[in-house]
Design a protein around this ligand. Structure first.
Ligand code: ZN
Length: 346
């Protein structure tokens, strides 16, 4: 008989703050502070530091902290033909919640060579822990592009999903334990999720030998998102239409926002059979959770998910946070999960 999976492992949504010598701190799309070979070396040093920070904090499934990409969507797209970064266009994204400078799709998308393989090889060689690698989800990519070629969000999304799948297959073969697709757009365009979003996500994840995850959140802790959340009312039910679709999908893990959010935890019950990565760390405040607060969030989730399927996670990426705050929050996450693990062990 196989041993049951250890209960309540911890992981991160994905990104971690970059060192200030690598990129301007506490800012999205932060410009690099280095260039050329110094930049390449700086990225590798930052990955070592990010892995060490997570290991020292006690995180079980670590990531390279997205230290090598300027932004979680545009990092992958920089390696894609048909996407022109010389033609940036300011557009409203996430249903016009905020504006961003986005590259233009000018022709059929194609992945001429691996994009993240070297980063994964390096991270894999520098940690013995289980390794997660994040890629942008197809719908979130579509939503962060100015498309002048396909002019059809589903068609572009499905095309990108094919490229993501080829990339993900190679990364899994390099020893990644979890490939996660980040789909904050799934909390914005619920009809599109049903019409083509789930199909595109499944195409991106098709046939992967490693675990697959999707991260759906209410965004980074930036002003535009904090203002948006104020308009969502007392009970955030965005997950309600999406989770039943994900429960039927091939994706194994779902990462969601719980700490300090107005998400009714009962919605977790809609993810029957899936691993649930419960966000127990708020990335929109510098106030560091206590281990007991983390434990309380995880305990509350246990009403709706079996212990072997529960993971402690951050609400979202920590890229825009101050580094010492992120470090303290990761320690609290691991300590809080340890409390719950001890309780479950009786
Ligand atoms: Zn997120």
């Amino acid at each position: 008989m196989s041993e049951p999976a250890p209960a309540v492992e911890t992981t991160v949504a994905g990104s971690l703050p970059k060192p200030s010598w690598l990129a301007r701190p506490q800012q999205l799309w932060a410009p690099w502070q280095l260039a050329g070979e110094q930049l390449a070396e700086g990225k590798r040093d930052a990955v070592r530091a990010a892995l060490k920070m997570q290991e020292a904090a006690g995180i079980d499934i670590v990531s390279e902290g997205e230290q090598s990409r300027m932004h979680f969507v545009h990092g992958f797209l920089r390696g894609i033909e048909g996407v022109d970064f010389a033609r940036m266009k300011r557009i409203g994204i996430r249903a016009d919640r905020y504006e961003a400078d986005c590259p233009t799709v000018t022709g059929p998308v194609r992945r001429p060579r691996p994009v993240h393989a070297d980063e994964v090889r390096f991270a894999r060689a520098n940690t013995g822990r289980k390794l997660k690698f994040t890629l942008p989800g197809p719908m979130t990519m579509v939503d962060t592009l100015a498309d002048e070629h396909y002019r059809d969000r589903a068609a572009l999304g499905l095309a990108l999903a094919g490229l993501l799948n080829a990339e993900a297959q190679e990364l899994a073969a390099l020893g990644v334990d979890v490939i996660q697709f980040d789909e904050p757009a799934f909390n914005v365009y619920m009809n599109e999720v049903r019409d083509w979003g789930i199909a595109a996500l499944e195409r991106a994840a098709a046939g992967l030998a490693c675990a697959t995850a999707v991260h759906i959140c209410y965004g980074y802790g930036i002003k535009a998102n904090i203002e948006w959340k104020k308009t969502l009312g007392g009970a955030w039910r965005q997950y309600e239409s999406t989770f039943p679709l994900l429960a039927k999908s091939t994706i194994r893990q779902v990462s969601l926002e719980c700490a300090n959010s107005h998400v009714p935890l009962a919605l977790i019950g809609l993810l029957e059979g899936k691993d649930v990565l419960v966000g127990a760390i708020d990335v929109a405040t510098d106030a560091v959770e206590t281990p007991e607060q983390v434990a309380a969030t995880l305990r509350a989730a246990l009403k709706y998910v079996k212990p072997g399927h529960l993971y402690g996670c951050t609400n979202c990426g920590m890229a825009p946070m101050a580094r010492p705050v992120a470090e303290a929050k990761l320690k609290a996450l691991a300590a809080g999960a340890a409390i719950v693990r001890r309780e479950l062990a009786g």
